[in-house]
Structure formats: structure tokens, C-alpha cells
Design a protein around this ligand. Structure first.
Ligand code: BT5
Length: 235
């Protein structure tokens, strides 16, 4: 745990990877330049949540499943602590009642290693949420460190077990683990392509790479969504 602020735990671990063993965890409660996907920002104002990154050894063929598995592991850990509404939104968000509680950012660094980063909102007791669509583990109540400890050790335990499955990490196994907590499945979604195009459809499943299969409205041909953003539509 950092005694002070760090710009980004993912960047820190990437820049210092040669000094650390696999499964090293870097964690802070104050990240000043947190990164999201596609150049976006992740906010970790001091005292509201945690930013952490894990150096994970993984076989390259599992790489597209890593963010999904990491998110699924976090959902499982949260559910065990009573957040039964926690669900995964493809590809990397943990939502509770439609609001974002956590985000995952995975970055391959070669040599069969990946950095798995997660930003987790813990408590908004002392300040406003960082964005209007954010939610947290404890809401406006004080955070309980023993619960946080259990969530983190559970999450890390899942990651460690899955990464040690190595090449035995069969795609079907990964798909099952992810599908169990993926709130996106069978839901109407709006797809936001990287070029700004938007379209709607129903999320029908995942392909062998973990990409989302969406049936566009008024179409009978499934489209593969690999790197776009999606929004869950609730009507
Ligand atoms: C993510 O990106 O959700 C991945 C976030 C990963 C952050 C971790 S923290 C540790 C490690 N080190 C890093 O530098 N990063 C990782 P994305 O899907 O692109 O979502 C970003 C969007 O989420 C922003 O554009 C905001 O709308 C929203 N957002 C930012 N901070 C938030 C927060 N604390 N809670 C909820 N939503 C937030």
C-alpha cells in the first residue's frame, strides 16, 4: 500500500515490473492520474476507494478473457459480502443497480504477464461520488476494513487460481465463469463504436475470444462487438 498518492498503479507496476515477482499487488487509496479504457480517466479521490494492480502470469491465448475473468472474480467477491445485485457489464464494469462500483483495466506487458488493475469505490461517507453514475460498496456509511480485506483476498484468490490453470484455462470454463455474473446477456444494449456510431440490439452471448455477440434490431445477423462500449438499456 502506498503511503502517499500515486499517479496510476497500473503505470507504476508496468514501469517497475522487473523489480517485482508475479502476483505482486500495488494498492493506494489516492490515485491522481488513474486510467480507464480508450484514454478515459478513472477517479480515485483520497479516502473514497482503492486503486490496485496485480502482476499476473498468464498464457497469451487467455488474454482476451482476462478483463472479463477479473471483473467476474470481483463480482463474486462482492456478492459473497452481501452485494447480491452486483453484476458485470461487458467488458469491464462492475455495476450495482445500474451504477458503476468498479472498473477493470488489463494491460499486457509481454513475457506472458498482464497487469490487472481495478478501481473500486468503497464509501461516499465524506464526499460526493466522483461521478453521478458511481456507486460504492458501503454507500454513505463508513467503510469497514475487515469487509474490504475479505473482498480483496477473495478477488486475488480467484485471479491466482485462474491464472494457475495456465493453458488448461479452457475457453468453455472461462465462458461459464463469466456468463454466470454477466448482466449484459439477454439484455437490450446500445453499442457505441469507437468511431462514434451507435446502434441497439440484444446481447446474445460471447464468442471464443470473449467478444460480445449482439443481434441488431431489425436484423437476423449477429454482430461481433470486440472493443466498443455498451450501455445496458432498461426498457
Ligand atoms: C474503467 O475504464 O472502468 C477501468 C478503470 C480502471 C481503473 C484502475 S485503478 C487501478 C489501475 N490503475 C489505473 O490507472 N487504472 C486502473 P472505462 O470503462 O473507460 O471507464 C471510465 C469511465 O468511468 C470514466 O469516463 C467515467 O465516466 C467513469 N468513472 C471514472 N471514475 C469513476 C469512479 N470512481 N466510479 C465510477 N465511475 C467512474
Amino acid at each position: 500500500m502506498f503511503p502517499g498518492a500515486v499517479e496510476s498503479t497500473n503505470s507504476f507496476l508496468r514501469d517497475n515490473r522487473d523489480r517485482y515477482e508475479p502476483f505482486t499487488v500495488v494498492v493506494t487509496d489516492h490515485q491522481t492520474k488513474g486510467r480507464g479504457r480508450l484514454g478515459r480517466e478513472w477517479l480515485t479521490p483520497q479516502g473514497q476507494g482503492l486503486a490496485l494492480s496485480v502482476l499476473l502470469p498468464l498464457p497469451p491465448e487467455a488474454s482476451t478473457w482476462v478483463p472479463l475473468l477479473a471483473g467476474a472474480a470481483l463480482v463474486r467477491a462482492l456478492r459473497l459480502e452481501g452485494l447480491s445485485q452486483a453484476e458485470l457489464k461487458w467488458p469491464n464494469d462492475v455495476l450495482v443497480s445500474g451504477k458503476k462500483l468498479a472498473g477493470v483495466l488489463c494491460e499486457g506487458i509481454g513475457k506472458g504477464q498482464v497487469i490487472v488493475g481495478a478501481g473500486i469505490n468503497l464509501s461516499f461517507e465524506h464526499a460526493q461520488p466522483p461521478t453521478p453514475h458511481a456507486t460504492s460498496v458501503f454507500g454513505t456509511e463508513a467503510l469497514k476494513w475487515e469487509v474490504v480485506d475479505r473482498i480483496l483476498s477473495n478477488w486475488l484468490g480467484h485471479l491466482q487460481r485462474w491464472s494457475q490453470m495456465e493453458s488448461d484455462l479452457k475457453i468453455t470454463g472461462a465462458e461459464e465463469i463469466v456468463a454466470e455474473v454477466l448482466g449484459t446477456l439477454a439484455r437490450r444494449v446500445e453499442v457505441w463504436e469507437v468511431d462514434g456510431t451507435r446502434w441497439t440490439g440484444v446481447a446474445e452471448g460471447l464468442n471464443q475470444q470473449g467478444h460480445l455477440l449482439v443481434m441488431p434490431e431489425r436484423s437476423e445477423t449477429l454482430r461481433v462487438v470486440a472493443s466498443a462500449d455498451i450501455e445496458h438499456l432498461y426498457q
